[in-house]
Design a protein around this ligand. Sequence first.
Ligand code: PSU
Ligand code: MN
Length: 302
Amino acid sequence: MIDIHYCDEVAEARAKGAPVVALESTIITHGMPFPQNVETARRVEQAVRAGGATPATIAVIAERLHVGLSDPQLLALGQAQGVMKLSRADIAACLALGKTGATTVAATMIAARLAGIEVFATGGIGGVHRGAETSFDISADLHELAQTPVTVIAAGAKAILDLPKTLEVLETLGVPVIAVGQDELPAFWSRQSGLKAPLRMDSPAEIAAAHRIRAALGLPGGQLVACPIPAEAEIPADVLAPHIAKALAEADAQGIAAKAVTPFLLQRIFELTNGASLEANIALVLNNARIGAQIAAELAKP
Ligand code: PSU
Ligand code: MN
């Protein structure tokens, strides 16, 4: 068995059967600049606590899988250079090599399941990249959702992706995609994507019930819960579109590939929007953390 290190707060919550929400760390190391990354990570943890659950930020630090980080660990991770970006393919290698790694959606789901945590809140999952028909760039997050039983709260898939193809792959893989409180799939920084979500639910209790019933049916895999960014924080899709197009063209021209693509695009869109994309990203993660806490609280009820 893997030796998981729990922080005191998470150990206590687990012992009591109190609700816990997993949080990822790639958003800290590869998704946002310092110091906003650390400030956001702290605020997200607070949002989970305010919602009545315990936050468990997950990372690999010096040979150990940590579920729940101390504040000094969070601060160090947020400033560290050369942190590995861990998915299903490399989490074991990172532990074997004694390196430090930040967990993506896929790796956070793997760790959450090991820790018995059923709910995980993040910003946006990875998906099918535009041009995937030639690049074959499809995030491992999608396959993880198909096989690891964790309900993932996100603001949809990031709008840098090919959203119709992402929905098709999720459907093929048997992953429920549930929009919260609206019919349309949200598109990360924007509330609307122009795509109807396959499923809609309006309450944390319904989402928790579907999670339980999937387990009772013996179905592997999790659920993608897509929460629209709060209206006051959104950037309309037509405002973002030219910035996304420019960032994608630059990535292509510079030969950015594999794990570097998403961090490159997020950084360029941050620059091209003069920081507005980061403000929206922060608002949507906080919102997802609040909703994640509500779903975890429902699941903790006997
Ligand atoms: N949500 C955000 N910012 C991020 C991510 C999610 O608001 O940076 C990260 C997650 O860790 C997700 C990853 O798994 O982006 C997707 O990377 P890729 O496209 O390489 O699979
Ligand atoms: Mn990829």
